[in-house]
Design a protein around this ligand. Structure first.
Ligand SMILES: Nc1ncnc2c1ncn2[C@@H]1O[C@H](COP(=O)(O)OP(=O)(O)OP(=O)(O)O)[C@@H](O)[C@H]1O
Length: 319
């Protein structure tokens, strides 16, 4: 059974009263599956529909059409079955009580989920430890930094031991060490058999933690694949990165029929693209015979794939 199964999902937002904001199609027929135990990243520019999809899966927003299931249960008609199965981390200040301590926030949340009283304190202490918040456990949350709140959100999302985690930009506001620890945590959650759907703008995060990534834009899915497959999608050309190529050899490479492009960056390193794998051997031989030892074949990063497929719109939000 799949952890998440979405079919033909649509969500329209009607125009605002007075017509100042036009109607918007946030999701325009989405099909997506996340297997059990899979970590799946949802990538896309601002306004792509990622949060809308997460909110529907989290049962806080209903779709206009289509279906969404969590571990086989419909998020609209089986809401009370779905809720205990999912842990949601949407960030911001919502869901945390500023005047309560971190520990009391977790205990309160545990009680809401019906965890037996004698287990709640132990579970809260365990999670406070796991997220490096033990020293601040009894301080008011309103005194916390954004990154600390984000960690507490994650702890809260795990309080009732959900099998499926929906994380909307979980590392926003975390410092690099906390973000690295978070990636380790995701690995642990996968090891425990939990499934994770996470939205992120951080390509390194997606590339290192996810089994598959889905690129979404304008409410539609552009591609779903492993990061490596996505890289392969672009590389009809194999690439070789080399350092210190002498000028005469560069000229020879440029005139090679197998070579499709030669680019030298300001740091002196050169990227050579060749037309397909069979062309790789002769070009590598030419380089080695020419005395070049500093070379590596590479694939495009997830970030390059993303920019190529979604388009580099800079700050422009999809309309
Ligand atoms: N409550 C709402 N009312 C009207 N339009 C909305 C509402 N929520 C979202 N939208 C619109 O739906 C589209 C998708 O928004 P969504 O928040 O899902 O995008 P996102 O991919 O999460 O973006 P970001 O990366 O900026 O968080 C956008 O055009 C947005 O303006």
């Amino acid at each position: 059974m799949n952890a998440v199964e979405v079919l033909g999902l649509r969500r329209e937002f009607p125009p605002s009263k007075g017509g100042r904001n036009p109607s918007r199609t946030a999701l325009d027929g989405i099909d997506l599956t996340v297997g059990e135990g899979e970590v799946h990243a949802l990538l896309g520019p601002n306004g792509a529909g990622k949060t809308t999809l997460c909110r529907i899966l989290a049962t806080v927003l209903v779709p206009s059409a289509g279906t969404a299931r969590i571990l086989g249960h419909d998020v609209v008609t089986e809401l009370t079955t779905v809720r205990p199965l999912i842990g949601c981390v949407f960030g911001g200040d919502r869901g945390l009580y500023g005047r309560l301590s971190a520990r009391r926030n977790l205990c309160y949340w545990g009680a809401l989920y019906g965890i037996p009283g004698r287990e709640i304190r132990g579970r809260a202490a365990e999670l406070l430890d796991r997220f490096g918040l033990r020293a601040h456990a009894d301080e008011r949350v309103e005194t916390f930094s954004r990154g600390m709140k984000q960690r507490l959100h994650l702890a809260r999302g795990l309080m009732h031991g959900p099998r499926v985690l929906l994380l909307d930009e979980p590392t926003t506001g975390m410092d690099p060490v906390a973000a690295r620890d978070f990636r380790t945590l995701i690995g642990e959650l996968r090891g425990e058999g939990r499934s994770v759907l996470l939205t992120t703008h951080d390509m390194a995060e997606a590339e290192t933690v996810c089994d598959r990534a889905t690129l979404i834009d304008g409410g539609r899915i552009r591609h779903t694949a492993t990061p490596r497959e996505l890289g392969a999608l672009l590389s009809r050309h194999e690439r070789i990165e080399v350092g210190g190529v002498p000028a005469p050899l560069l000229a020879r490479l440029d005139s090679c029929p197998e070579v499709t492009s030669v680019r030298t960056g300001p740091d002196g390193s050169t990227v050579i693209e060749v037309s397909g794998q069979s062309a790789l051997g002769p070009v590598l031989r030419l380089l080695v015979d020419g005395g070049v030892t500093d070379l590596a074949t590479t694939r495009p990063s997830l970030e390059e794939v993303y920019l190529r497929l979604i388009g580099d719109r800079g700050m422009e939000v999809a309309s």
